[in-house]
Design a protein around this ligand. Structure first.
Ligand SMILES: Cc1cc2nc3c(=O)[nH]c(=O)nc-3n(C[C@H](O)[C@H](O)[C@H](O)COP(=O)(O)O)c2cc1C
Ligand code: SF4
Length: 340
């Protein structure tokens, strides 16, 4: 899965452009492990350089018999094919990706059956991210214990943290799980590029929560972020300074969901459009308290009732904005009562 649709993320692209052979090797090992003789790399069309580099690397690997029939004289066959996506965010979701690979419009499939039981063209299929697969050769070379020794709690190993947005030192920094968000933003990123104070940080792509400075002690690990109603996702960290309007950011999240929704389930398809309208009413100052209640209720419905994480996670950026930055919605107590 090289669709890499999350805002502020580019780790897959950097691996494919910088070391395509580690992905080829990881996919070959995965293929041998599950008994597959064919692998697909689904790459977003916005990555022409990665597509070019990976295509040439596949040709080189075939020539060296690292791909193809009887790999390196063994009894294993495995080959790779690149497929280029057409720009839909939802096609990064594993079952919509399979539909897209089959030549259909990318629509999320109901689970079960899981792709591991019934996936591409009805066959058992393993879907993994580029980073997951590219890490396999490293783990086999260094040993599982060496990898497991890195990290914190249940989040073991390393994470390619991608710093983006209004940050002084943007870039990809691979680190063991466990750094705090503050260390990532202030020490590695050195604060904002604008020189103004950091106000909010969105972690985990367009469906990730916004964290205020008060939560900068959160360790960068899956469980710690989940405990604070956030997510790490693909490791994207997007920084905003104190000029950001968090009501606009919340609206953007809902609008993004409305545009990218595959339309299969009602909470996401209709809820996201209604969500934009409700946020607009709050921004305009219409019955703020009532619309706040309505928005909170809508977010809960989307969180619990959506078929996939597009509709299910979009409440994270919306409710975190409401919770930590209510003043941007005109929802601080005096403002709300004045407006209502
Ligand atoms: C709306 C949506 C978009 C997604 N986009 C991506 C993506 O671009 N790349 C990706 O690897 N996983 C994406 N995922 C997650 C995949 O469904 C799947 O969990 C992932 O590829 C599994 O890989 P991993 O377990 O190796 O991380 C997305 C999920 C959803 C719900
Ligand atoms: S949550 Fe949205 S993207 Fe996911 S299946 Fe439902 S309509 Fe499609």
């Amino acid at each position: 899965n090289a669709d890499e649709g999350d805002s502020g993320t580019y780790a897959d692209r950097m691996i494919m452009e910088g070391d395509p052979f580690v992905l080829i090797e990881g996919m070959t090992i995965a293929g041998i492990a599950v008994g597959a003789d064919k692998g697909f790399v689904y790459i977003r069309s916005e990555y022409p350089h990665a597509i070019d580099v990976l295509s040439r690397a596949i040709t080189v690997a075939r020539r060296a018999n690292c791909l193809g029939k009887g790999i390196l004289g063994s009894r294993y066959d495995f080959d790779l094919e690149i497929r280029v996506g057409a720009g839909a965010y939802v096609c990064g979701e594993e079952t919509a990706l399979l539909d897209s690979l089959e030549g259909k419009r990318g629509v999320v499939r109901a689970k079960p059956p899981l792709p591991a039981h019934k996936g591409l063209f009805g066959l058992p299929t393993v879907v993994n991210n580029v980073i997951s697969l590219a890490t396999v050769p490293v783990i086999l070379a260094e040993g599982a214990a060496a990898y497991r020794d890195l990290g914190l709690g249940r989040s073991r190993g390393t994470m390619p943290i991608q710093l983006a947005g209004n940050v002084r030192h943007p870039g990809l920094f691979e680190a063991a799980f466990g750094l705090t968000l503050g260390e990532i933003v202030d020490d590695i990123g050195a604060g904002t590029a604008s020189g103004r104070p950091v106000r909010a940080v969105q972690v985990g792509g367009p469906l990730g929560a916004y964290f205020p400075r008060a939560l900068f002690d959160t360790p960068f690990d899956y469980e710690a972020f989940a405990a604070r109603n956030g997510l790490i996702g693909h490791g994207g960290v997007v920084v905003f300074d104190d000029t950001v309007d968090m009501a606009r950011q919340a609206r953007f999240a809902m609008e993004f969901c409305a545009i990218e929704s595959c339309g299969k389930c009602t909470p996401c398809r209709i809820g996201s459009t209604r969500g934009v309208e409700v946020i607009d009413r709050i921004i305009r100052g219409e019955k703020r308290a009532e619309n706040h209640t309505l928005l909170t209720d809508l977010c809960e419905t989307m969180r619990l009732g959506s078929l996939c994480a597009l509709g299910g996670f979009v409440p994270y950026p919306v409710t975190s904005s409401l919770t930590y930055f209510p003043e941007d919605f005109g929802l601080t107590a005096p403002l709300a009562s004045a407006a209502d």
